[in-house]
Design a protein around this ligand. Structure first.
Ligand code: LLP
Length: 428
């Protein structure tokens, strides 16, 4: 049995492997063979390990246990209702990036006091609803947005709890498309302007400053920029305290990366060791907004080979029934995901260009050397729990894929496959 996912458990006599691993040459999710799940539910199919999600949540929660903290799972990574509910049951709070995510969180059972609302470009209606709900914090992105929140709150005779998202101009060393903490990025307000915004809140009766927010980017695999980001906001919190502005929490955002290719990525403990002492010194509680770290390794996208063909130049194409409509990360960021056969054949290795069925040349997952494939074979694209299903689309009128969660040795449908009727129900 060889593990793809992390091995967990302190007691060396009992090491539980959660997630995806091989058992008798078959890839299984928490003991359930993916070939069986695919036979029953069809492909393309997202398969989640409930235990892998719980384990990642617990690792992070325990790593920060020495200081008052709250994990606000970043729903943008994966907002399937069952995933969000599972995290509520595990003790998580949430970070929402649109009012749709706020509404979903409420339906998943989160009280408004467990929801922070981030996001550049909140619309008038989104601000109205967020103020009405009385969220834990609206993470405000600009002076103008603070004014709009203030007006909405005053009109209701309430004070909206806000945190200013600061942009500290720190290079997180990640892909340019998912870097957010540089001055050239659209996010937040420049660090040096933030102090004045907090002081101005004394004249804005609809606003109650409760925190400072920073988020540098995603898939960050060095703790050093995360430390610098934390230091910058802690310095600001101190200045504010000295000026009489007392806050409740520092929201250090998300961004902790995972290993997609087996190379080293920081553990939850290393992340906490890097940032916790810095933030703890502020005396404020910590809010974290991890998305990828919690759900990234917890899913595989299972797809079937629908065609094999040879092109000029000795090229072999393996065409899958999953493409950029189900998983856009390789096409959008050049992201690497391991692709493995669910039941490898004892056959020679062939180098395949693994592509999807969508009418775009960019619809390709990359080249992989695999045991020779046959049409009908199943492949699993690993570590697709974060920003996989959440970024799927109906391009080419393809249905959103079905989703299954394995929990306690049982596979349960958490989202049925979309039908053409579902799509057309919105249209006249
Ligand atoms: N908080 C804020 C304000 C964010 O903008 C994000 C992600 C997170 C938390 C969660 O970050 P995480 O812990 O998941 O890195 N689609 C891209 C990633 C976009 C991230 C957007 N913001 C991808 O597939 O890599």
């Amino acid at each position: 049995m060889s593990g793809f996912s992390r091995a967990v458990g302190r007691d060396v006599r009992f090491i539980a492997v959660t997630g995806f691993f091989r058992d008798n040459n078959t890839l299984v999710c928490d003991g359930v063979p993916l070939s069986e799940v695919a036979r029953e539910h069809g492909t393309p199919l997202y398969v989640y390990s409930a235990d892998a999600i719980r384990t990642a949540y617990r690792e992070l929660d325990e790593a920060f246990a020495s200081h008052p903290h709250r994990i606000h799972y970043a729903m943008k990574a994966n907002s399937s209702l069952a995933v969000v509910r599972l995290l509520r049951e595990a003790g998580s709070a949430v970070d929402a990036n649109s009012i749709g995510e706020v509404e979903l969180a409420m339906r998943a059972g989160f009280p408004s006091s467990d929801i922070v609302f981030s996001g550049v470009g909140k619309s008038h209606d989104e601000i109205e609803r967020a103020v009405q709900l009385g969220l834990k914090a609206i993470n405000a992105e600009s002076a103008g947005e603070l004014e709009r929140i203030d007006r909405a709150a005053q009109a209701r005779g309430v004070r909206a709890r806000v945190a200013v998202r600061v942009n500290p101009d720190i290079d997180a060393g990640t892909h340019p498309h998912i870097s957010t903490g540089l001055h050239i990025n659209k996010f937040g307000v420049p660090l040096e302007q933030a102090g004045a915004l907090y002081r101005r809140m004394a004249t804005q009766p609809g606003l109650e400053p409760v925190g400072i927010h920073v988020h540098l980017g995603s898939q960050i695999i060095s703790t050093e920029p995360l430390q610098r980001g934390a230091s910058a906001v802690v310095r600001l919190a101190r200045e504010l305290r000295d000026g009489g502005v007392l806050l409740d929490h520092i929201d250090i955002g998300g961004g902790l990366g995972i290993s997609y290719d087996g190379s080293r990525a920081p553990t939850a403990a290393e992340y906490a060791a890097a940032v916790l002492p810095i933030v703890a010194a502020s005396g404020l509680s910590i809010a974290l907004e991890p998305g990828r770290y919690i759900v990234g390794a917890a899913a595989a996208l299972v797809a079937r080979v629908v065609d094999l063909k040879d092109a000029a130049g000795g090229h072999h194409f393996a065409v899958l029934d999953a493409g950029m409509t189900e998983l856009m990360r390789p096409m959008l960021y050049g992201a690497f995901h391991r692709i493995v056969a669910v039941v490898p054949r004892a056959a020679r290795d062939v180098c395949y260009d693994i592509v999807g069925p969508v009418c775009e040349s960019t619809d390709a997952f990359g080249e992989r050397r695999l045991n020779q494939l046959e049409v009908g074979d199943l492949l699993a694209i690993l570590d697709t729990g974060a920003y996989g299903s959440a970024m799927s689309s109906n391009y080419n009128r393809r249905p959103l894929p079905a989703e299954v969660m394995v929990d306690g040795g049982k596979a349960r449908v958490i989202r049925r496959r979309q039908t053409i009727e579902d799509q057309l129900s919105l249209e006249t």
